[in-house]
Design a protein around this ligand. Structure first.
Ligand SMILES: CCCCCCCC/C=C\CCCCCCCC(=O)SCCNC(=O)CCNC(=O)[C@H](O)C(C)(C)COP(=O)(O)OP(=O)(O)OC[C@H]1O[C@@H](n2cnc3c(N)ncnc32)[C@H](O)[C@@H]1OP(=O)(O)O
Length: 208
């Protein structure tokens, strides 16, 4: 086995082996500031000179960070389990509360940068939350490395912003390479906002 192979989660795929990261506190604070910036970027109505100053400051930040871009699985983003959204800006800043063979539960809020229209969450954010949950359910249930073949979301009620939410997903049934997952997105009082069903298919040798 080569060194590159030992970095893969499975020799059948190019997906890097999952290695939890424990970055210094400043990384988590930086990611949270970036989220706040996203909230502001989608909501500000500022004078021209403020946009110009903001553009200059972000250009400086890009110059600071660009030399440190690293390949998937190397930097702390996406694998810092103690941080909201595993420290990934792509993910809503949710925390994993339960992670075992029975189910995976994550809780958190959606915020201004998740706005669709009319004060509620963009519908496209929900499949992201469901897909991530399905991925974790497969991992927690110790099923083989799989990819999402389909994902169906039923939107039962509009999803509010800045309100505590929870998603719980579990394996519904297994059929050969296929793992069927179901999940529910609820408010704290149990109100059902959306439910979803997905098919995760075990990868074959050579599948990316
Ligand atoms: C302290 C420890 C902490 C640990 C923490 C761990 C944290 C975990 C870290 C992170 C978790 C979060 C990670 C998220 C991950 C999410 C996953 C994704 O989003 S993956 C991206 C989106 N998906 C794709 O891009 C797939 C693209 N599609 C494909 O690659 C192929 O189509 C694939 C592999 C899905 C299937 O292709 P084929 O050629 O291998 O297989 P065929 O023969 O087509 O299907 C196999 C069976 O499945 C059925 N099937 C396939 N697609 C179907 C469909 N759309 N609908 C119904 N059936 C379907 C078929 O009918 C067949 O069934 P029959 O065996 O005949 O019974």
């Amino acid at each position: 086995m080569t060194e590159a192979d030992s970095e893969k989660v499975d020799l059948r795929s190019e997906i890097p082996r999952f290695k939890p990261a424990t970055p210094p506190a400043a990384f988590g604070e930086f990611v949270e500031n970036m989220r706040r910036l996203q909230d502001l970027a989608v909501s500000i109505d500022a004078p021209d000179e403020v946009y110009a100053a903001a553009q200059e400051k972000t250009a400086e930040l890009i110059e600071l960070l660009a030399p440190f871009e690293a390949r998937e699985g190397k930097g702390p983003a996406n694998r810092s389990m103690q941080l909201p959204g595993r420290g990934s800006l792509l993910m809503p800043p949710w925390k994993v509360e339960k992670f075992d063979e029975e189910s995976v539960v994550a809780t958190g809020v959606l915020r201004r940068y998740h706005l669709g229209g009319g004060g509620v969450a963009h519908g496209g954010v929900l499949p992201l939350i469901f897909d991530d949950n399905f991925g974790m359910v497969v991992y927690a249930a110790k099923r083989p490395i799989s990819r999402t073949a389909y994902l169906h979301v039923n939107y039962r009620k509009v999803t509010p912003l800045n309100v505590p939410l929870a998603i719980e997903g579990k394996v519904d049934r297994v059929d050969g390479r296929k793992t069927f997952i179901t999940a529910r997105l609820t408010e704290e009082d149990g109100t059902l906002l959306a439910d979803g069903e997905g098919l995760m298919v075990q990868l074959l040798p050579g599948q990316p």
